[in-house]
Design a protein around this ligand. Structure first.
Ligand code: UTP
Length: 402
């Protein structure tokens, strides 16, 4: 399938160029075509189609964390106070499932009062900065689609009480989306339908924005990367930071115990001896149900998009190719009559690299269990599973006034 799509993209690219030859090409479109990074197509060949041999990776479980809590907490707080820990908020996604037309972080999840997702995340981070007595540098990844509104929103709300000098924004790269026949889509007469290139390119985008100098200047050695949509996200959690440092691992991942063996989450494991994430659909029933002597599922810890990476290791892998994922999404486009169509169902393929593939590039990873009810309330959909509704219930359960 991917070969065909690649050829079609090339063909449509050619078609556009020849259709436009001799005519005046709108400036924006010309710039898009000229600056288009077609090299992402090469990634198709680099896709990690064949998976290696999976093996379980034991987690540091809640009971163990509880026993060493104080020691990890102090170690993490030391690192934070030493300016060694930064946080990366991944906020470049389009949140198409939520169907909210602004940046997802601008969504008001409050019921009786305003409570924006960004506001709640900053409140979560401030619990740590107040305890540590220092600001944690926060880097926010946006996309071209939501960068201006995100910056304005933070400015309008006085950074929700965070220190603006410690907040930096950077913009991720865009790639064209294609319809299911492989044709490039237009979103306006002067513009191709472009989509953010996934959350896997965040470190490259941070470097492209020149923010490595900020990391150096501040002495940041660890980056805690997290998703915008989990309103119970614990950011720069000192216990997690301390446990990862003490473990000697170069990365860590927060995980939750699966609700059942077949829950649709990616499980942290080993693949050919490297840390990796096996998707629920890649597990055979034997693997899904396998347990250790203590009755814990061997592939029973799901990732929640909260990772810790050592910066020197990120530097080492910055130029490594990441597999390209082709995902079906709703992408607004112009039809042949030039009408803007906002599809109700997925109508196009987007090309994305994913942060979970970055874990595979690390030598090792601490699997760190957290309590789902306390740390995992993703807002993906308006209602039902992982939704505004379910997140509201969890916020209230955690004593957060909404
Ligand atoms: P999702 O996988 O939920 O994607 O992102 P999404 O685009 O936000 O939402 P849907 O699938 O269209 O409904 C997980 C995290 O990765 C970020 C998102 O902002 C979220 O924090 N992300 C995703 C990016 O920063 N850039 C991207 O290109 C994609």
């Amino acid at each position: 399938m991917e070969q065909t799509i690649e050829k079609k993209i090339m063909d449509t690219h050619q078609k556009y160029l020849s259709a436009l030859s001799g005519k005046e090409i709108p400036q924006k479109l010309e710039a898009q075509l000229e600056h288009m990074d077609w090299s992402y197509l090469e990634l198709i060949h680099g896709s990690r189609q064949e998976r290696g041999k999976f093996a379980p990776l034991g987690a540091m479980e809640l009971s163990q964390i509880q026993t060493h809590r104080e020691e990890y907490l102090q170690s993490g707080l030391n690192a934070i106070r030493g300016g060694k820990v930064g946080a990366i908020l991944l906020a470049g996604g389009q949140g198409t499932r939520l169907g909210f037309d602004k940046a997802k972080g601008m969504y008001n999840i409050g019921v009786t009062k305003e409570l924006y997702i960004f506001e709640q995340l900053i409140a979560n981070l401030k619990k740590v900065t107040e305890l540590a007595g220092v600001w944690v540098p926060l880097y926010i990844m946006t996309s071209e689609k939501n960068d201006a509104q995100t910056r304005e929103f933070f400015a309008e709300h006085n950074y929700f009480g965070y220190e603006p000098e410690y907040v930096k924004f950077f913009v991720q790269e865009m790639v064209p989306a294609v319809d299911f026949e492989g044709n490039i889509l237009m979103e306006a007469p002067d513009s191709l339908a472009m989509s953010p290139n996934g959350n896997g390119g965040w470190f490259k985008s941070l470097l492209n924005a020149g923010l490595d100098s900020d990391l150096k200047e501040k002495g940041v050695e660890w980056l805690n990367v997290f998703a915008v949509d989990n309103v119970l996200q614990q950011i720069a959690d000192p216990v997690f930071v301390g446990a990862t440092i003490q473990s000697g691992c170069v990365s860590g991942a927060k995980v939750v115990r699966k609700a059942d063996p077949y829950e649709r989450v990616g499980a942290l494991c080993l693949e050919d001896g490297k840390p990796s994430i096996v998707e629920y659909y890649e597990l055979t029933p034997e693997m899904a149900e396998a347990k250790n002597d203590a009755g814990t599922l061997l592939y029973g810890f799901g990732v929640i998009l909260n990772y810790l990476f050592r910066v020197d290791k990120l530097m080492e892998i910055a130029d490594r190719r990441m597999p390209l994922h082709i995902v079906e999404k709703k992408v607004p486009y112009l039809d042949e009559q030039g009408n803007l169509i906002k599809p109700e169902k997925p109508n196009a393929y987007k090309f994305e690299t994913l942060i979970l593939d970055m874990v595979y590039l690390m030598d090792n990873c601490l699997s760190f269990e957290v309590e789902r009810e306390k740390e995992f309330a993703p807002v993906k959909n308006p209602a039902g599973v992982d939704s505004v509704e379910s997140a509201r219930v969890l916020l209230q359960k955690n004593g957060i006034e909404i």
